[in-house]
Design a protein around this ligand. Structure first.
Ligand code: PHE
Length: 366
């Protein structure tokens, strides 16, 4: 057999391939398990020793050169494919720049970031809890027992009885206060947290939506008193509204989970019929606006959180995040917050780069 001729023929066919698929077909035809050159190699076994000595090296040389030719052709085809791709994928730098991004940061998110920034500076961490709560965390542990009228006041969305657990019925949390309990149980004392998040009540008009946002504040430590609460709220509100003339009025109130409880009003002035926060509400042309609920954490709540109320005291407060946003940025209809209207979002939304910082201001407009 003329191996030189077989070799020339094979090399010519390899050189003639135009793509990697055809080349692979050829490789299988020559060197595959049932390939022609593999078949020649198999004949060596049945040859006489002399034949094998003369024919063996020729078959091996044939196999070698075909294999080398396949490898070289593969490299050539691959680099040609790469050149073609590079030529195809050019960037047209004369095209106009893409339109600016349309998305904005929702004022609720922005205000929550502002709150986190302000309270982080006071040593508070951000805590969270589930929006699907159980009756025990949302009510019982907060000293709102089964028959308490406050339960009716909360217009609670309950899940079906079949989903109830040992901790009572499941519900959509009506306030962020259950995070107080979760934080005490999870971390013990001392505690300094804020807990922003969604809350739900079956209520809907221009100033109420079934879902809205609150931020809870909780401090548990030794020797905590009302003075700490008042200073913290004053410091927070001055930083948030970026005015030194914020004046607070503390009124006695009632919440089952705080004792004593204080409702906090903030003084405003009327400017062109608009309420502008600042100054004493008792001054002529001024008034007081109810802003948030707070108080010293009830001993029963501290005990429900697994702490000894003779050792630990604290204060808590809860305030509407949407309401804070409306007061600071001037929206007047709460429902528009949740309409997803792109015109509203572009007007009231914030740039993603407008990260609130205490040094640059926590409320820079876009
Ligand atoms: N959880 C109360 C509410 O939703 C607010 C509050 C929180 C009051 C903490 C006192 C202390 O109205």
């Amino acid at each position: 057999m003329d191996y030189a001729e077989t070799r020339e023929e094979a090399l010519a066919r390899i050189a003639g391939t135009q793509d990697l698929g055809a080349l692979e077909t050829l490789r299988v035809e020559f060197l595959g398990k049932a390939g022609s050159i593999s078949g020649l190699l198999k004949t060596l076994g049945s040859m006489s020793a002399e034949d094998r000595q003369t024919v063996g090296p020729q078959i091996h040389a044939l196999r070698e050169s075909v294999s080398d030719a396949l490898t070289a052709r593969k490299a050539a085809l691959e680099s040609a494919a790469m050149d073609a791709q590079l030529a195809r994928e050019t960037l047209d730098l004369s095209l106009p720049a893409p339109e600016a991004v349309r998305g904005t940061i929702h004022p609720v998110s922005q205000v929550m970031d502002e709150l986190a920034e302000i309270f982080a500076d006071l040593g508070f961490a951000v805590a969270t809890g589930p929006e699907i709560e159980d009756d025990w965390h949302n009510f019982t542990a907060l000293n709102i027992p089964e028959s308490h009228p406050a339960r009716a006041m909360h217009d609670t969305f309950y899940f079906p009885d079949a989903m109830a657990t040992d901790a009572g019925k499941m519900l959509l949390r009506t306030h962020t206060s259950p995070v107080q309990i979760r934080a005490m149980i999870a971390d013990g004392a001392p505690i300094r947290i804020i807990a922003p998040g969604r809350v739900y009540r079956s209520d809907s008009d221009a100033t109420h939506t079934p879902m809205f946002h609150q931020v809870e504040g909780l401090v548990i430590d030794k020797g905590i008193h009302l003075g700490h609460l008042k200073w913290t709220l004053e410091t927070f509100l001055k930083a948030f509204f970026e005015r030194e003339d914020i004046v607070l009025r503390l009124r006695p109130s009632y919440f089952p989970f705080t004792e004593p409880s204080v409702e906090v009003d903030v003084g405003f002035a009327l400017l062109n019929g608009k309420r502008v926060l600042g100054g004493s509400g008792d001054a002529p042309g001024h008034g007081w606006m109810e802003l948030l609920g707070s108080g010293m954490v009830n001993r029963k709540v501290i005990a429900a959180g697994g702490l000894d109320p003779n050792e630990w005291q604290g204060f808590a407060f809860g305030v509407g995040v949407d309401r804070l946003a409306m007061l600071k940025y001037g929206m007047d209809d709460l429902r528009a917050f949740f309409d997803g209207d792109v015109r509203w979002l572009q007007h009231y939304g914030f740039s993603p780069l407008d990260v609130p910082t205490l040094s640059a201001g926590v409320g820079v407009r876009p």
